[in-house]
Design a protein around this ligand. Structure first.
Ligand SMILES: Nc1ncnc2c1ncn2[C@@H]1O[C@H](COP(=O)(O)OP(=O)(O)OP(=O)(O)O)[C@@H](O)[C@H]1O
Ligand SMILES: [Mg+2]
Length: 235
């Protein structure tokens, strides 16, 4: 079975320049990103790799406009969005960015079944034409969830939740897909399907960014950004 994803948007470019993101804590601050510069471009599948605690999730959240750095600049499609209002950033995310949180359940809404999730994803990205539902169900089928269409998250396994989260993130065709360890909860076969979809999206011109520890995912990347202690190696 081949994957027919509805990618309709123009792809995005995200550029981080000298980004610093610190977290304050009782025992002192943590510099989760310590002067990170990175550029994510159309048609490129980038994998952010690094040890646990190195700043991967923080980097992905900043790149997806979910989090703001204390220092540095974040550019989205050539515009500086570092000081853009929370409301405007939320609108940009809804319309243009598909995001997968590291914990599968964090991506999903308790009261929606699998099919309703992908319909919602399509509606949030406000696609016209009637084909969004069909494309989304195809994605669920491709990911092996054809017989889980009417299951709600609580009725799905962790790996099924992660696959649904992927389908939700790509429904309706975002410009940018950012996925935090998208295969971590999956077995080999399901992980291979998600990886195939990530590569296919990039080949169609989408901007794709994923974090991963998995050598198979890293091997499939067009570009690998290695991060250690909040710093990108080799920059
Ligand atoms: N909300 C927070 N408050 C305080 N410190 C935080 C917070 N979130 C992350 N950190 C710290 O920032 C650093 C980077 O965290 P991050 O989650 O980005 O790492 P990661 O590379 O994604 O790790 P993992 O592979 O375990 O998911 C860690 O040292 C972490 O303890
Ligand atoms: Mg993480």
């Amino acid at each position: 079975m081949t994957l027919d994803l509805p990618v309709l948007e123009e792809p995005a470019t995200v550029e981080l320049t000298d980004v610093v993101r610190t977290y304050s804590g009782a025992t002192g601050g943590v510099r989760a990103l310590d002067g990170v510069s990175a550029r994510f471009e159309a048609g490129v599948f980038t994998v952010v790799a690094g040890p646990s605690g190195s700043g991967k999730s923080t980097l992905l959240r900043v790149a997806a406009l979910l989090d703001k750095p204390q220092e540095g600049l974040v550019g989205f499609n050539g515009r500086d969005v570092t000081r853009t209002s929370a409301r405007r950033r939320r609108a940009l995310r809804r319309r243009h960015i598909g995001y997968m949180f590291q914990q599968p359940a964090d991506n999903l809404l308790d009261y929606l079944d699998a099919r309703e999730h992908v319909r919602l994803g399509g509606r949030l990205r406000a696609k016209t034409g009637g084909d969004v539902n069909a494309g989304a169900v195809d994605t669920l089928q491709f990911l092996g969830l054809a017989d889980r269409l009417t299951h709600r998250p609580v009725q799905l396994s962790g790996g099924e939740q992660q696959r649904l989260a992927f389908a939700f993130a790509v429904a309706g065709g975002p410009q940018l897909l950012v996925a935090d360890e998208p295969t971590a909860a999956l077995d080999h076969a399901a992980g291979a399907r998600v990886l195939e979809a990530l590569v296919a999206l990039a080949r169609r011109g989408l901007t794709v960014v994923a974090s991963s520890h998995d050598p198979v995912v890293i091997e499939a990347a067009d570009r690998v950004v290695r991060i250690t202690h909040g710093r990108v190696e080799g920059v």
